[in-house]
Design a protein around this ligand. Structure first.
Ligand code: MN
Ligand code: MN
Length: 296
């Protein structure tokens, strides 16, 4: 069960995560660089005394998730781009994770964006102790299909625990899973809708990493590992966040990967190149339903 100071920290993280997401939305526009958006949004997190829970994901068009800008990224938004902005932060390890979808300068994809938003709304209404994850997934699936789209079946929401972004229970976007929802669980609910096939596949390596074991590392590698561990814990981080370590951080990161001491998240792309929308909130399960922590 959550204590009141834990709930306070979860709520604080929620408010900051939402502010940061809104900042990203505000900065987005035709000709604006992905990197500027990520840096501005991540700055909001630090300015409020929180820390990022993962590098901001900026996933455009048929990219479903796990693209974050690289150092000196020269990608800019183009008119008509369908953009998923996904950002999370933590206060003392208590995480909030949220996302929304916008399009740049057009309004051609309103129905696809709405499908994910409405699926999220119905999922939030469904959540209460005793229901099963498949009940949430079924409602998400039904809502998205009723709008003429498909849910992405191999992307899921997830339980959040202190310092752990993907902990235990997955929250599917289709009718799957018998795990019972319990009071006090913290859940990130994130429906994805597409006009494609309904699945993502792994594409090229992205710029998001996560630390693994530190067995058998030589001094130079261990120092770098521990520098990352000290700054970002075991939460996902970006190579561009290691710039402060100085020259050579890219080479060191490659070495950590080679030794199995860091893993890389590949960029996830819709299998049939369909467009993808996403909407996400973090909720705390209460005795009768749930409370959204990431509401503006
Ligand atoms: Mn997210
Ligand atoms: Mn999430």
């Amino acid at each position: 069960m959550l204590k009141s100071d834990e709930i306070k920290k979860l709520r604080k993280a929620g408010i900051i995560a939402r502010r940061s997401l809104h900042k990203a939305k505000e900065v987005c526009g035709e000709g604006v660089s992905y990197l500027e958006v990520a840096e501005e949004a991540e700055k909001v997190i630090f300015d409020h005394g929180a820390k990022p829970a993962f590098p901001m994901n900026i996933s455009v068009n048929s990219v479903g998730a796990h693209y974050t800008p690289i150092e000196n990224d020269d990608k800019v938004f183009k008119k008509g781009d369908l953009v998923k902005l996904d950002i999370g932060c933590h206060v003392d390890g208590y995480i909030a994770d949220n996302a929304l979808t916008i399009e740049i300068g057009t309004s051609r994809h309103t129905s696809l964006i709405k499908a994910a938003e409405e699926a999220l709304a119905v999922a939030i209404k469904t959540i209460r102790p005793g229901i099963r994850t498949k009940d949430i997934g079924k409602n998400i699936e039904n809502m998205i299909e009723s709008r003429g789209f498909k849910p992405i079946s191999n992307l899921t929401g997830h339980e959040l625990k202190r310092h752990v972004l993907h902990a235990g229970t997955s929250i599917p976007n289709v009718s799957k899973g018998w795990t019972k929802i319990k009071k006090g669980m913290v859940l990130a609910i994130e429906p994805f809708a597409t006009d494609g096939g309904g699945k993502v596949k792994e594409d090229q390596p992205g710029d998001i990493y996560k630390l693994e074991h530190k067995r058998n590392l030589k001094r130079e590698d261990l120092e770098f590992y521990e520098w990352i561990e000290n700054k970002y814990g075991t939460l996902p981080f970006a190579a561009r966040w290691c710039e402060d370590y100085g020259d050579g951080h890219e080479k060191l990161l490659r070495r950590l990967r080679r030794f199995g001491s860091a893993m890389n998240y590949p960029v996830l792309v819709e299998k049939k190149q369909g467009l993808v929308s996403q909407s996400e909130h973090t909720v705390i399960v209460t005795s009768k339903g749930c409370k959204v922590t990431t509401k503006s």
